[in-house]
Design a protein around this ligand. Structure first.
Ligand SMILES: Nc1ncnc2c1ncn2[C@@H]1O[C@H](COP(=O)(O)OP(=O)(O)OP(=O)(O)O)[C@@H](O)[C@H]1O
Length: 286
């Protein structure tokens, strides 16, 4: 049996209402899912559905009002600060924007060595690990003396991935990590994520608004709609035969014109039109 690395149970998050002394706006209304070791859960949903908030809650950066987040056997919503700090290396993040997530004044070698220094890794081992990380993400060894601005968007995202891998984490929260990239670069970076997972057994919580991206990268998918998980299942099943009307709409809006899926989508559109027609007829009969 595969071990559960992350278990999220009935997670609710609420932010205090701006301009009010009391009251809070609930963003997540009790979401539950888990992630096995070495697997990927894709979280998909439209803008504002709460995807980033899920990632932030797992990283301890959002106000959790209910539920539990158990990471590697520890309930991090109730664990002491010292215990959470000891888990920090195992839980890393890659953000959407590789331009703002890398310090523009630091050379790549420094950016990658920084987390190692914090973990008190000595200089000789650190140099070897930085070289290994660059190789791992397909960047040349001479990148160490260069600055982020000397790299393209895709290369910068590779640097951000290398930085996330520096401490050999068990889980990486990937928050729209390919959304700022063109389609060809997206595909290459997604393949890198897959290759890394195959080699290192790392798990991903992979957030995206794009069902095609999620289909490519995830074993399972959770569809988030206005702070609730409305559909959850194996990625192939959910994307081939979505059950919830919201997932069906997301699939139709999916931006990649995948030729193999064209006829499938036409059939789905026809089925939805027919469902709507029947609903109209039923409504008219009442
Ligand atoms: N710090 C905050 N304070 C108050 N409200 C917030 C805060 N952060 C997010 N929200 C609200 O929570 C809701 C969900 O935001 P979130 O960023 O999680 O959505 P998302 O699905 O990731 O959207 P996007 O794809 O646009 O990033 C939004 O209505 C947002 O305005």
């Amino acid at each position: 049996m595969t071990e559960k690395l992350l278990q999220v149970d009935d997670l609710a998050v609420a932010y205090p209402r701006k301009g009010f002394r009391r009251g809070a706006t609930e963003i997540l209304h009790g979401v539950s899912f888990d992630i096995d070791q070495g697997k990927t859960l894709g979280v998909v949903g439209e803008s504002g559905s709460g995807k980033t908030t899920i990632g932030r809650a797992i990283l301890g950066l959002a106000p959790i009002t209910r539920g539990t987040v158990t990471f590697d056997g520890v309930d991090i919503t109730r664990a002491a600060r010292s215990k959470r700090a000891s888990l920090a290396a195992d839980l890393q993040v890659v953000f959407q924007d590789p331009f703002s997530s890398l310090n523009p004044a630091m050379e790549i070698g420094q950016i990658l060595a920084e987390p190692l220094e914090i973990q008190k890794v000595g200089p000789t081992e650190s140099r070897a690990r930085v070289a290994e990380l660059l190789d791992r993400v397909g960047l040349p060894a001479n990148a160490i003396t260069r600055l982020p601005r000397e790299f393209s968007g895709g290369q910068r995202q590779r640097i951000a991935i290398a930085r996330a891998l520096a401490l050999r984490p068990k889980l990486i929260v990937c928050d729209e990590p390919v959304s700022a990239l063109d389609l060809t670069t997206q595909a290459r970076v997604l393949d890198l994520f897959l290759e890394i997972q195959q080699d290192l057994g790392v798990s991903y919580l992979f957030i995206s608004h794009d069902l095609d991206v999620i289909r490519h990268i995830s074993h399972e998918v959770a569809v988030l709609y206005r702070g609730d998980v409305v559909e959850h299942g194996r990625s192939t099943a959910v994307t081939a035969d979505p059950q919830h009307p919201y997932t069906q709409r997301l699939l139709l809006a999916s931006p990649l014109p995948d030729p193999d899926k064209q006829s499938e989508r036409r059939a789905l559109r026809a089925r939805m039109a027919e469902d709507e027609r029947l609903a109209d007829v039923a409504g008219g009969d009442r």
